[in-house]
Design a protein around this ligand. Structure first.
Ligand code: DX5
Ligand code: ZN
Length: 217
């Protein structure tokens, strides 16, 4: 079982000073930064492009966990790999060649992940489990930070964790949306090990205490 890992989401950082927000994460001794990429089509919002990832990459040693919320992710994986992504996750919902795109991400030297929305059944990603380094279960409808955690995602997380154990796989199982210490503990109890936290991390009165609590889940 993987140790619990906190991945603060830059979406909730200071958009006028993203480098400083990334530095806050590394100064706490954390190693991952979750970076949300939105295209205004797959989700009704826009966020960051590859140039921002390139700019953040230069001063940072953080592991960039790049979550592509795009209708055509296959068209952009190369740009984000070149920009310095360490892991690139793609959604299952749009129609494109998922297996080929995961293979392409690996060929570009990155780890790869598959993501599913709250209304997408676990079965949809089952064929890809042996091919990925991470499965990301959305615990809110993607597009915006600050939404409430969906309790009804817990059985889905448990199912994916069951498949992982049954098949002897070791991908990380990440959750994203409405994650705080309490909801992370619920996800941990059913097998999640990687916790994206935007609002709860950046608004925590004591971020070091928050990080410690997440590390001790
Ligand atoms: C939502 C993004 C999340 C977002 C989470 O579409 O994928 O990564 O930053 O924000 P919080 O933690 O505030 O729910
Ligand atoms: Zn995300």
């Amino acid at each position: 079982m993987h140790a619990p890992l906190l991945a603060p989401s830059l979406l909730a950082g200071d958009h006028a000073n993203l480098g400083a927000s990334a530095a806050v994460v590394s100064q706490l001794g954390l190693t991952w930064l979750h970076i949300d990429i939105m295209d205004g089509h797959f989700v009704p919002n826009l966020s960051f492009g590859p140039q921002i990832v390139t700019a953040l990459r230069k001063p940072s040693k953080l592991f960039f966990d790049v979550h592509l919320m795009l209708d055509e992710p296959h068209r952009y994986v190369e740009a984000f790999a070149k920009a310095g992504a360490n892991l690139i996750s793609i959604h299952i919902e749009p129609a494109y060649d998922h297996a080929a795109t995961l293979a392409r991400i690996r060929a570009l030297g990155c780890k790869c992940g598959i993501v599913l929305n709250p209304d997408t059944p676990a079965e949809s990603i089952a064929p890809f489990l042996a091919q990925v380094d991470l499965v990301l279960v959305m615990t809110v409808q993607p597009g915006f930070g600050g939404q409430s955690f969906r309790q009804d995602m817990l059985p889905k997380i448990a199912q994916i964790d069951r498949w992982r154990r049954e098949r002897g796989l070791d991908f990380r199982l990440e959750v994203d949306g409405g994650i705080d210490v309490k909801t992370a503990a619920e996800c941990r109890s059913v097998g999640a090990d990687t916790f994206v936290a935007g609002t709860s991390f950046f608004t925590a009165p004591d971020r070091a205490a928050f990080a410690t609590a997440m590390a001790n889940l």
